[in-house]
Design a binder for this molecule. Sequence first.
Ligand code: C5P
Length: 232
Amino acid sequence: DKITAVVPAAGVGSRMAADRPKQYLLVAGKTILEHTIDRLFCHPAIQRVIIAISKTDPYFSALPLATDPRITLVDGGAERADSVFAGLAAIDDENSWVLVHDAARPCLQLSDLERLIATASLSECGAILASPVRDTMKRGFVQSPDKPQGIRETVDRENLWHALTPQMFKVKQLRDSLQHALEQGAVITDEASALEFCGYVPQLVKGRADNLKVTQPEDLALADFYLQQLTK
Ligand code: C5P
């Protein structure tokens, strides 16, 4: 069955402190966004990608991707969840599956994509790629504004995961969940959190830790290294 992918790419990437949004930085010969889209089209079930970009984005139209007939553009929103919501509105069949993937995750491997799609397709309400937490986890608190945070407690890391993307859900279920969660003012930082807010139980699919979200300047060298390995 065919799966549509929605790629939120309307962020400004302020933590990167670069001259352009991070999805347009060059890594291993191409922009991060181009790598990300290429990775999705590696899977034969993905034949359409909807990209949410900022209304004032001057970069996308210069990419070869801009004329790819498999790609649809929509205007992004103020928050990531708004951009995803806008992307969902461009899908006609609300009973189909949609896969949401961050523009800033260019190192997705086909094997992870295959396992996510296989698991989600058999699930009741979808699944996400995730990687088990490796480090000891601390909850901090502000002792005083001019001091480093103190440690409140150690968070038990058993059953604790990093939520990655792609995340795969039924179009209608994700759209209705996002709408309800946004209306209720819930904090929504990924798609699964909207479904959780509505009482659904998405599944965790163990993915590779090198599926990183390029966020800070030091991530560029890592992404470059992983992409060189992938294309060898
Ligand atoms: O900022 P962060 O790294 O969490 O963004 C994750 C993804 O969401 C990025 O691909 C970014 O471009 C996208 N985004 C968006 N619309 C926003 C904010 C972020 O599409 N308003």
